[in-house]
Design a protein around this ligand. Structure first.
Ligand SMILES: *Cc1c(COP(=O)(O)O)cnc(C)c1O
Length: 365
């Protein structure tokens, strides 16, 4: 909906009456965990039909007021993104492929009948927030500032149609090392539920997908597993992805397989980056359907040597065991494999500026 003629949006800085005291902040960022502590500021931009994006502010992070009839509360017109600001060796900060998040955000917006946000505004909003909250960067090994841009339909109207008013908001949360290095491989439960169906919203990063995955995820936890895996909706045979991470399968002949993007899988930026890095390493990567049956047979024959999951939050995580109603099988030795560790290190080194960035992915702040 943005046109090229639209002038770049200007952000108004609202003063913060009471930022968190430095000593309190230092104490919380020393052990941030994930997603439970938030910084002082947030970005808000409004959209209205006929007016477009306007009223861009960066101000105190505070509760937002919504009419109880706001469309997001009834029909779940909501999308989000997740990315991190990293600290580089020279103490400066950087983002990793933020324009890819901006593009995906607009693809999600299109599927949820929401207005597009100019990509440069998306990236600028994030830069402004990181600059305002740079003191919240956690001083822990592997720490990052996790950024959560999202958009909600705010119009008060109970009819079923796309809303005519929205808010784009960005909040930030200091994050520790999600899975510390040397983390054990995770155990996976193959769900009987499906996450996404052809023609549905599986490729959109929308809250509704997550609402629907909570019961399957709780079931996996209750059975003693760490993560849930979803198969395709039509045949319940083809591997799709975990609750919030994409999957890769590594074979003894140097091949790597990842399920293809066909509208039911979230197009992960980590997934895309690892495809490139694996090819750089001389591996053959194919995006092709891979079945649960083949996975089990290949793990048992030894053809399949490693499986890993990937996403911004946890980067790269090895899969150790897989269970469904028919039993359990183990991948390799059941622990993190060599290729998993190597690809993770390659990616993390680029993100943190300790290795060259041949693909121009790092955006310095
Ligand atoms: C966000 C997300 C991913 C991972 O995407 P990244 O861009 O790599 O962080 C994978 N699956 C789902 C369902 C997601 O929401």
């Amino acid at each position: 909906m943005a046109t090229l003629a639209e002038p770049a949006i200007q952000f108004t800085r609202l003063p913060h009456p009471a930022p968190v005291a430095a000593d309190v902040r230092a104490a919380v960022v020393a052990d941030p965990g994930f997603g439970k502590i938030f910084t002082d500021h947030m970005v808000v931009i409004d959209w209205e039909e006929g007016k477009g994006w306007h009223n861009a502010t960066i101000g105190p992070r505070e509760a937002i007021s919504l009419d109880p009839a706001a469309a997001v509360l009834h029909y779940a017109q909501e999308i989000f993104e997740g990315l991190k600001a990293y600290r580089l060796a020279d103490d400066s900060m950087a983002l990793f492929r933020p324009e890819a998040n901006a593009r995906r955000f607009n693809q999600s917006a299109e599927r949820l009948a929401m207005p597009a946000l100019p990509e440069d505004t998306f990236v600028e909003a994030i830069k402004q927030l990181v600059a305002a909250d740079k003191d919240w960067f956690p001083e822990v090994e592997g720490g990052s500032l996790y950024l959560r841009p999202f958009m909600i339909a705010t119009e008060a109207f109970l009819g079923v149609r796309p809303a005519k008013q929205y808010k784009f908001i960005v909040i930030a949360s200091p994050a520790g090392n999600y899975f510390k290095s040397g983390a054990p491989a995770v155990s996976i439960w193959v769900s009987d539920y499906t996450r996404a169906a052809p023609g549905g919203t599986g490729a959109a990063k929308c809250g509704g997908n997550y609402a629907a995955s909570l019961v399957p995820t709780a079931e996996a936890f209750a059975r003693g597993h760490d993560q849930v895996l979803f198969l395709d909706a039509a045949e319940h045979r083809w591997i799709e992805e975990l609750g919030g991470m994409n999957l890769f399968f590594a074979f003894d002949d140097g091949r790597l397989i990842t399920p293809p993007l066909g509208g039911t899988i979230l197009p992960g930026i980590t997934r895309d980056s690892l495809i490139t890095l694996a090819r750089d390493e001389g591996l053959t990567v194919s995006e092709e359907p891979y079945s649960l049956d083949a996975w089990k047979a290949d793990a048992e024959s030894g053809k399949l040597i490693e499986t890993f999951a990937c996403g911004t939050a946890a980067v790269v995580t090895a899969v150790g065991t897989v269970a469904d109603r028919n039993g359990t099988f183990t991948i390799g030795s059941g622990g993190p494999g060599q290729l998993t560790g190597k690809l993770k290190d390659r990616l993390v080194e680029i993100q943190r500026g300790s290795a060259p960035d041949p693909h121009g992915w790092v955006v310095k702040l």
